[in-house]
Ligand binder design. Structure first.
Ligand code: NAP
Ligand code: MG
Length: 486
């Protein structure tokens, strides 16, 4: 029997919806300032919407400049005491937060999926466990800070403002808060407009962990809230994850002010497949690299570079594999690709895909039925892509992969580095020496070998060029939250 016959079974999955009965969202959330939920100074509440149904989930207060000032005052007042706590005491709070995230993991996973549209399999297996792992990891660093910075004497920076995007809402909050708190800073976090809910549950967790008031404040809102936080007097550092355009605006706003900055911005990461790679394994990695979280991933492997000798075969296998992806209800445990996070993001994806077609690339989109309401984009593959096409240059931030080819290793390196970004890359080869040689030549913060989109709290993550600067994760992730005293 040929492989073709053996694997052509049609799998019909029964619906496997995750239940939502256990989720207890409040009808309305205030701003989390000084240890409790508060009314905003100017009452403004906006609904957070489920992008898979377009239904509102809860009303959320949006913070204005006055609220930001109040949070900064609370953070300033709390910071000296927080920094003066014995290191092991500080660590205990972080351990508690990690344990409470684990305890409420199921609820957090479902809320993450409801609010953001990502498959519950991912929020359950990736986002929430990794968020807890980050708190555990940095809890362990709290009494070893000097060993993370070459045995120098270190001190916290003070009050840090942190702005996160909508693609990994709780996980990005954990990436920001855990190292900041471990180092003795107090923090003000602004979640993204479309996904504030798990950050608000994290506020509840901070309260439950009896974190001293003012150590963490959570201020939902839109770009104006973020801009107010960046410009607030009394901030010592801004940590931002999001688009390169906003990153530039923040850099300009902070120029000349004694405020430290780290930026984690966009990417157009190359996933490089050599002719000696195990092709089926590579195809799984390509799928994970670009369709994980609907491609709303800053390090997504969106530029697929395939060696010419295996190009046709790799594309054929990828296309066959894409046909088996299940697109639809994010709450279904068998769903691979969920809803696009917002109407605006869907428009951006559609506009770039239209540009790809009009510039002459060949588009293939899988046939699948999607729900009538909500925001959806079916997995899409572009071939005949030239390096100058917009779909080869700009970040699409959606489930769209652009395939380019190369002949030699040198050409692969040159093409991979031909980008204004430099966040991540993947290398698929059977030859260890080749993998190391190519990795060393790539200008990318993270290089995965024969895998993709693997995250771990002990490993540093961050970019080159327009992908930003500063590192998050591992001991390197302590440095942006510390100053060396001696
Ligand atoms: P964004 O506008 O950069 O948003 C990131 C965060 O910054 C959000 O909390 C946002 O609030 C806030 N913000 C917006 N304008 C601001 C300003 N002037 N000052 C301070 N904070 C501000 O990103 P986006 O609009 O959500 O997505 C746009 C593109 O950014 C995507 O297509 C993708 O290319 C890229 N992106 C990259 C990452 C990454 O992980 N590197 C993540 C998300 C998006 P609002 O939520 O109200 O906008
Ligand atoms: Mg939402």
């Amino acid at each position: 029997m040929s492989t073709e016959t053996r694997t052509s079974i049609v799998w019909d999955y029964a619906p496997a919806p995750e239940s939502t009965d256990h989720v207890r969202l409040a009808a309305r959330y205030g701003l989390f300032i000084d240890g409790d939920f508060r009314e905003p100074a100017a009452p403004r509440y906006e609904a957070s919407v489920n992008p898979a149904t377009e239904e509102p989930l809860a009303e959320v207060a949006w913070a204005g400049a006055e609220d930001v000032a109040r949070a900064v005052d609370a953070a300033r007042a709390a910071q000296p005491k927080w920094a003066a706590l014995p290191e092991l005491e500080r660590a205990k709070y972080l351990f508690r937060i990690a344990r409470l995230i684990q305890e409420r993991a199921r609820e957090l996973a479902v809320v993450e999926t409801l609010d953001g549209g990502k498959p519950v399999r991912e929020s359950r297996d990736v986002d929430i466990p990794l968020a807890a792992a980050h708190f555990f990891h940095y809890a362990g660093w709290a009494d070893k800070l000097r060993y993370g910075v070459n045995a120098r004497e270190v001190a916290p920076l003070g009050v840090v403002g942190q702005i996160v995007p909508w693609n990994f809402p709780l996980l990005m909050a954990a990436w920001k808060l855990a190292p900041a708190l471990a180092c003795g800073n107090t923090a003000i976090l602004k979640p993204a407009e479309t996904t504030p809910l798990t950050a608000l549950l994290l506020a509840e967790i901070c309260r439950e962990a009896e974190l001293p008031p003012g150590v963490v404040s959570i201020l939902p809102g839109d770009g104006e809230t973020g801009a107010a936080l960046v410009r607030a007097p009394g901030i010592d550092k801004i940590a931002f994850t999001g688009s390169t355009a906003v990153g530039r605006d923040i850099q300009a706003a902070l120029a000349g002010r004694p405020v430290k900055l780290t930026l984690e911005l966009g990417g157009k990461s190359a996933n490089i497949v050599f002719e000696d790679a195990a092709l089926d394994q590579a195809v799984e990695g390509i799928v994970n690299g670009i369709f994980f979280n609907q491609g709303h991933v800053c390090c997504a492997g969106s530029r697929l570079l395939v060696q010419e000798s295996v190009l046709d075969e790799a594309v054929a296998r990828l296309w066959r594999r894409m046909g088996r992806l299940r697109v639809g209800d994010p709450l279904d445990k068998n769903t691979d690709v969920g809803a696009i996070n917002s109407a605006e993001q869907l428009q951006r994806i559609e506009a770039l895909v239209a540009a790809g077609e009009s510039e002459g690339a060949q588009r293939r989109t899988i046939a699948c039925e999607v729900p009538e309401r909500g925001y959806w984009f079916a997995p899409t593959l572009f071939t005949d892509v030239s390096p100058a096409h917009r779909i080869a240059v700009e970040e699409i931030f959606g489930p769209v992969v652009s395939v380019l080819s190369f002949r030699t290793q040198a050409e692969a390196i040159e093409k991979a580095n031909n980008s204004r970004y430099g966040l991540a890359a993947g290398i698929w080869t059977d030859k260890g020496a080749k993998a190391f040689e190519v990795a060393a030549a790539l200008r990318a913060g993270v290089v995965w070998q024969n895998t993709y989109n693997h995250f771990d709290p002990t490993a540093a993550f961050g970019g080159y060029k327009e992908s930003g600067f500063g590192r998050e994760g591992g001991p390197a992730g302590l440095r942006p939250y510390l100053q060396v005293v001696r």
